[in-house]
Design a protein around this ligand. Structure first.
Ligand code: ADP
Ligand code: MG
Length: 225
């Protein structure tokens, strides 16, 4: 048996569910409806790695000015402007690119140049809307995920989706792991949850866990509360 190398997620409570962390290499689909904490989880993990001198790459596919994204992220304690200025956390905007090949070339050229250990694509939805939900999009995801495998990194693919639409997504089949974030309205407050639906090579915990998001970031409780 070849032991699987893992990368600590940096999310309190999550590694315990994953036999120590994200397998390397892997592509993890981070799904959930808007506001469930996908960006928070992914960026918190990126900065956690960056504090250990690992290069992190945040790819934005939404046409939102970079300073707006930064302004929101800078509210969290894990955010560090210094790590960005030092180039340990880098940003790439692909919101303007229209076709499959150009997206793939731009992404892979930057991955080759930057050699990131953690990559976030936030989110894949605008890429799918641009390319259409057909052959071109599926080909891009397939080529991208297979090319990334050679770089020994963990890629977090953020996807705005409801739990019920998950089975319709080609990414759900292509990815090595699926983590779903969700919320429910309970006694007029919104409770947040996390569930690991799949993680290749991992005897992961099943079932929903409660999640809390604060200024410190996201944490996963060892139970449902
Ligand atoms: N400082 C904070 N304290 C508590 N909760 C916060 C804070 N900042 C953001 N949140 C919560 O995090 C949610 C946004 O998470 P985000 O990662 O942007 O979600 P997603 O990417 O899934 O849309 C907000 O809806 C809010 O509930
Ligand atoms: Mg988000």
């Amino acid at each position: 048996m070849v032991p699987i190398e893992r990368l600590g997620s940096g999310i309190p409570g999550l590694d315990e569910m994953l036999e120590g962390g994200f397998p390397i290499p892997s592509a993890i689909l981070l799904g959930g409806e808007p506001g469930t904490g996908k960006t928070t989880l992914a960026v918190q993990s990126l900065f956690y790695g960056a504090r250990q001198k690992e290069i992190g790459l945040y790819i934005t596919a939404v046409s939102e000015p970079w300073w707006v994204i930064q302004k929101f992220l800078s509210q969290y304690d894990f955010y560090s402007q210094k790590l960005i200025e030092a180039g340990v956390v880098q940003f790439l905007d692909i919101s303007e690119i229209e076709n499959e090949e150009e997206i793939l070339v731009k992404l892979m050229n930057n991955v080759k140049r930057i050699q990131p250990k953690r990559i976030i694509i936030d989110s894949i939805n605008p890429i799918r809307s641009r390319l259409g939900d057909g052959e071109e999009y599926r080909e891009l995801m397939y080529d991208l995920l297979s090319s990334l495998k050679g770089y020994g990194c963990v890629t977090m693919l953020i996807c705005e989706t409801s739990y019920s639409d998950l089975s319709k997504l080609s990414e759900a089949y292509l990815s090595d792991g699926i983590i779903i974030l969700s919320y429910r309205e309970i006694e007029s407050s919104r409770k947040k949850y996390l569930e690991v639906l799949k993680m290749r090579g991992t005897d992961h915990t099943t079932g929903m866990r409660s999640v809390n998001i604060s200024k410190k970031g996201l944490l996963v409780y060892p139970e449902l509360r």
